[in-house]
Design a binder for this molecule. Structure first.
Ligand SMILES: NC(=[NH2+])NCCC[C@H](N)C(=O)O
Length: 461
């Protein structure tokens, strides 16, 4: 298989594989890779994931949104799962109807912009496909994962007795494995992303069976921000609130296992954590929005499990609004530098009916976080932390002005011209903004911050 551009990027940065990483980090114990159930079902032979792990030290880390982004995971808006999402945009958590070809072009442009700025961009499809041609282990891992995605079952009201004895094999896992074994890699990936259930009934003729189909497609995987967060400690898996998105977490976990990126923790129910609510602001402070999507139970798990690595956590409560147009903190706020942020204007100030309120937790000498302050209005809180604020008009928020991506060192990718101009005109901004047309993807309710997971940023020392 020819290496895709992103893996060429990775090879370009990966340290020469002279010794296994575990021996090159001064004897510091390496966190064990997360267990992917499917990947460990068959025997002790080496897997592609193991090969990758030895070649690349890919421990995730993100201390500040303004640190230089090194590795970003994205997911192209491609394939049948997106096609299905587009059949009923509202029921797929989309804002508007989508044009898939236009979305592909816009996303390719986004990837190019990041690559031009020196970021290693990996796509979910490339990670899933990686090594499957050269390593049987990688191919088998992918098939094992697809076994969980594809379900064969008797049609409703169907009875096994009505199916000829010889045909019952065609409902079995054995048959399913054989089917998957013969698929091409793109076909396997598409199967995983559409999550099909095949409902089987007797046809009493020809091949003996007939089928109808239902699907739980992963139509929002393009928003790789949300299935996990990357903290000072590393990658922490989230817990998605909408049933349409719940299956995305296990797929991303599979990708991290394959890349050899350790997953340091996972938020469990009743906790809900979506990455669009999380902002790292240095080793001292992280912010987490709670409201429509993420919740306090998740914040507590992050603190109790010591998964943040920061001294303080600001929980930014959306008590009063909880609207899909502003579902995550990254829809109304972003960090542009160490002392500059943007924020939706109408929610600023004690008098705003949609104000956000901050509860601040501080880690004590015993390592435990304690609630130190409550109900601090968000813009006041950010100013107290030393940030200047560029206010964003409501109409510009709706055009995803706030949802920009900071590639670090004040290099911003924006999707909204007027916001981009407001940023560069600020006397407090000293960086660079590149504006791209991303409207074919904002149709699905998110822009460039939502559709990127920065798993590694350079650590400032
Ligand atoms: N980080 C974000 N703001 N993500 C946007 C996710 C959009 C997606 N359609 C949803 O409603 O879940």
């Amino acid at each position: 298989m020819t290496l895709s551009q992103s893996f060429k990027d990775m090879l370009a940065v990966a340290p020469a594989p002279t010794q296994p990483i575990s021996k090159t980090n001064g004897g510091v114990p390496v966190a064990p890779a997360p267990e992917v159930k499917a990947a460990h079902t068959s025997g002790p032979r080496p897997k592609a994931s193991a090969l990758l792990k030895e070649k690349y030290n890919l421990k995730g880390v993100q201390e500040s949104e303004n640190d230089r982004a090194e590795i970003v995971i994205v997911c192209e808006p491609e394939g049948t799962s997106l096609q299905m999402g587009g059949l009923h945009p509202r029921a797929s958590l989309y804002e508007k109807p989508v044009n898939l070809e236009a979305a592909k072009t816009a996303h390719a442009e986004f990837r190019n912009v990041m690559r031009e700025k020196g970021v290693r961009v990996l796509t979910v499809r490339e990670i899933l496909a990686y090594g499957t041609e050269d390593h049987v282990g990688a191919r088998v891992d992918l098939e094992d994962f697809a076994v969980q995605a594809l379900t064969y079952q008797l049609a409703k009201d169907g009875r096994m007795e009505d199916i000829e004895e010889a045909d019952r094999y065609y409902l079995s896992d054995e048959y399913k494995r054989k089917v998957l074994e013969h698929m091409s890699v793109p076909q396997l990936i598409d199967t995983i992303l559409i999550n099909p259930t095949v409902h089987l009934a007797p046809s009493y003729r020809d091949t003996g069976l007939t089928a109808t189909y239902s699907f739980q497609p992963l139509s929002n995987l393009v928003y790789t921000r949300d299935q996990q967060i990357t903290t000072c400690r590393g990658v922490v898996m989230g817990s998605l609130r909408s049933p349409q998105r719940a299956l995305e977490v296990s797929l991303m976990r599979f990708c991290f296992a394959k890349l050899g990126v350790p997953v340091v923790g996972e938020v469990q129910l009743p906790g809900y954590l979506e990455g669009g609510d999380f902002f790292p602001a240095g080793r001292d402070l992280a912010l987490l929005g709670i409201g429509l999507r993420s919740n306090l139970a998740a914040a507590r798990q992050l603190m109790d499990g010591d998964l943040l690595g920061t001294r303080r956590l600001a929980v930014v409560r959306d008590d009063f609004e909880q609207h899909q147009d502003r579902m995550h903190l990254d829809c109304v706020f972003s960090i542009l530098s160490d002392n500059l942020c943007i924020m939706l204007e109408e929610m600023m100030g004690d008098a705003s009916p949609t104000r956000r309120l901050v509860d601040e937790y501080v880690r004590g000498a015993d390592g435990r976080y304690a609630l130190e302050r409550t109900d601090v209005e968000f813009s006041r809180y950010m100013r107290e932390q030393g940030y200047e604020i560029i206010p964003i008009a409501p109409a510009h928020q709706l055009l995803y002005g706030c949802n920009c991506l900071n590639l670090g060192e004040e290099r911003i990718v924006s999707v909204h011209q007027d916001t981009a101009r407001a940023i560069v005109k600020s006397p407090h901004f000293h960086g660079d903004v590149q504006c791209i047309d991303y409207s074919p993807i904002t149709s699905m309710y998110g822009a460039v911050h939502c559709s990127s997971q920065v798993i590694k940023r350079a650590v400032r020392r």
